[in-house]
Design a protein around this ligand. Structure first.
Ligand SMILES: Cc1cc2nc3c(=O)[nH]c(=O)nc-3n(C[C@H](O)[C@H](O)[C@H](O)COP(=O)(O)OP(=O)(O)OC[C@H]3O[C@@H](n4cnc5c(N)ncnc54)[C@H](O)[C@@H]3O)c2cc1C
Length: 377
C-alpha cells in the first residue's frame, strides 16, 4: 500500500452529516482525518436552516433509506444529546386533519405503524382541545417520540469529539476537482484566499450537501443520466410574535403536501421558545442559492396555519429565514426522493451522500456510523 499520502480520510463538507461522519471515525480511533469546508465556520449550510425537528419516521416508505436512518438515528440522537449536554426536548407532535382529511390521517397512521414508530395516539376534536386549546382540528395523530434539538449544539458536540481525536478542519477552502491516482484520490482545493493546491487521501466522504452531486461529477462527469442529480426545493419560515411563546406545547403539522414532497406548513418552536411557521416548498430550477424571504408569502402562511390555529392574526407573522432542500431530481430518480448513500463500486474508497434532505439532521448520527463502517484504513 502507498504510504505517501496526506490523510487517510477526507470529508468534504462540515454540515451535520460531515461532522457526524468525523465523530464516528473519531470514536473508532481514526486520527488521520481532514474536513474541508468552504464557509468560515462549520454548520453554515442547510444544517442551520431547518426546523430542528427530531423526526419520528412516520412519513417515509418502508424499505427507504430515509425510514431506515431516521428510525435508527432518532433514539440514538436523544441518547447522544443526553450524554453530550445537547439541548433537546421530546415535546411530541400533532398531525392534524380537518374535515374531509380523515382518510389521509388514517393512511398516515397505518404508515407510521408499519414503520414501527412507537408512542402513537389518535385523538378526536375534544381530546385535541383538552391538550392544546389553541389548536382546532377534526382529528389528530399524536406522535410522542418527535422532538426538537439545537442543531448548533449538536454540531458543536460532533465537532468537539472530532477535534479531540486530532482531526483537522480546513475552513474557507473549496474542493474544486478530484482525480483517482492509483490507490489514492487527489482533491484539488482552492482557499483560504488565493491558495490553490492538491491534497491526497485514501478515502473521500462527499458530504457536500447542496453541491454533493457536482462533487461526485468530478469522478463520473455530467453526461451520465443514471447518476444522482439534485433539484433544489426552497423552504421559507415566518416567525410568530412573542405573544405566541409557550401557547402551544407540541409541534403541529398539517397533512403532508405530497405534490411538493413537503410536510406542509407546520408550527414549531426552538430552544428560546420562539414559534415559527414553515417551511413551505418551492422548486428552484436554476439552482440559485437564494435565501430571500418574500414578505408577501406571509399571506399564504397565514391562511394555511389559520386552519389549525383559529386565533392567529395576520399581524402575528413576520418574515424569518429560509433553507434549501437538496432533493434527488425526479427525472433521473423516477420520483424517488430518497437519500443516496453509497460506497461507489466503480470508485473504491469514495463514499457519496447525496440528496440528504429531511430527515437528514435526525439521521445524521446513524448516517455517520454507517459511513464509518464502510471506511477501512
Ligand atoms: C427547510 C428545511 C427544513 C428541514 N427540517 C429538518 C428537520 O426538522 N429535521 C431533520 O432531521 N432534517 C431537516 N432538514 C434536513 C436537514 O437540514 C439536512 O438533511 C441536513 O442539515 C443535511 O446536512 P449536510 O451536512 O448533508 O448538509 P449541509 O449542512 O448543507 O452541509 C454541507 C456542507 O458542505 C459544504 N460544501 C459544499 N460544497 C463544498 C465544496 N466544494 N468544498 C468544501 N465544502 C463544501 C457546505 O458549505 C456545507 O457546509 C430540513 C432541511 C430544510 C432545507
Amino acid at each position: 500500500m502507498t504510504t505517501d499520502v496526506d490523510y487517510d480520510i477526507i470529508i468534504i463538507g462540515a454540515g451535520a452529516v460531515g461532522l457526524a461522519v468525523a465523530r464516528a471515525l473519531a470514536v473508532r480511533g481514526e486520527t488521520s482525518v481532514l474536513i474541508i469546508e468552504k464557509e468560515m465556520g462549520f454548520g453554515q449550510g442547510t444544517s442551520s436552516r431547518n426546523s430542528e425537528v427530531i423526526h419520528s419516521g412516520i412519513y417515509y416508505p418502508v424499505g427507504s433509506l430515509k425510514a431506515k436512518y431516521c428510525l435508527a438515528g432518532r433514539d440514538r440522537l436523544y441518547d447522544f444529546c443526553r450524554e453530550n449536554d445537547v439541548w433537546n426536548s421530546k415535546c411530541g407532535k400533532l398531525v392534524v386533519a380537518q374535515t374531509g382529511q380523515e382518510s389521509q390521517l388514517e393512511a398516515l397512521h397505518r404508515q407510521a405503524e408499519t414503520n414501527g414508530v412507537p408512542e402513537l395516539y389518535m385523538m378526536d376534536r375534544s381530546e385535541i382541545a383538552a391538550v392544546e386549546p389553541e389548536v382546532s382540528a377534526e382529528s389528530a395523530m399524536f406522535v410522542g417520540c418527535t422532538g426538537i434539538v439545537s442543531a448548533h449544539e449538536l454540531m458543536s458536540a460532533y465537532h468537539r469529539i472530532s477535534a479531540e481525536a486530532d482531526h483537522d478542519l480546513l475552513l474557507k477552502a473549496s474542493v474544486v476537482g478530484a482525480e483517482l491516482k492509483g490507490e489514492l484520490y487527489a482533491l484539488h482545493v482552492k482557499g483560504p484566499g488565493d491558495a490553490d493546491y492538491a491534497v491526497t487521501t485514501r478515502w473521500v466522504v462527499n458530504a457536500a450537501g447542496l453541491h454533493s452531486d457536482r462533487i461526485a461529477q468530478f469522478l463520473w462527469g455530467s453526461d451520465d443520466s443514471s447518476r444522482p442529480v439534485l433539484r433544489y426545493s426552497k423552504g421559507t419560515y415566518f416567525k410568530l410574535s412573542g405573544k405566541w411563546r409557550h401557547r402551544v406545547e407540541r409541534l403541529v403539522y398539517p397533512i403532508p403536501d405530497a405534490e411538493h414532497d413537503s410536510l406542509g406548513i407546520h408550527l414549531s418552536f426552538d430552544q428560546a421558545g420562539d414559534v415559527k411557521l414553515g417551511p413551505d416548498a418551492a422548486w428552484i430550477d436554476d439552482r440559485s442559492e437564494d435565501y430571500t424571504v418574500n414578505v408577501e408569502d406571509g399571506d399564504i402562511f397565514y391562511s394555511e396555519a389559520k386552519q389549525y390555529l383559529p386565533s392567529l392574526e395576520r399581524d402575528d407573522l413576520s418574515p424569518d429565514y429560509s433553507g434549501i432542500r437538496p432533493k434527488l431530481a425526479a427525472e433521473t430518480m423516477k420520483g424517488n426522493f430518497d437519500f443516496y448513500i453509497k460506497h461507489e463500486p466503480d470508485y473504491p474508497g469514495w463514499i457519496n451522500l447525496v440528496g440528504i434532505d429531511s430527515p437528514g439532521l435526525t439521521a445524521s448520527l446513524a448516517l455517520g456510523e454507517k459511513v464509518a463502517e464502510w471506511v477501512v484504513v
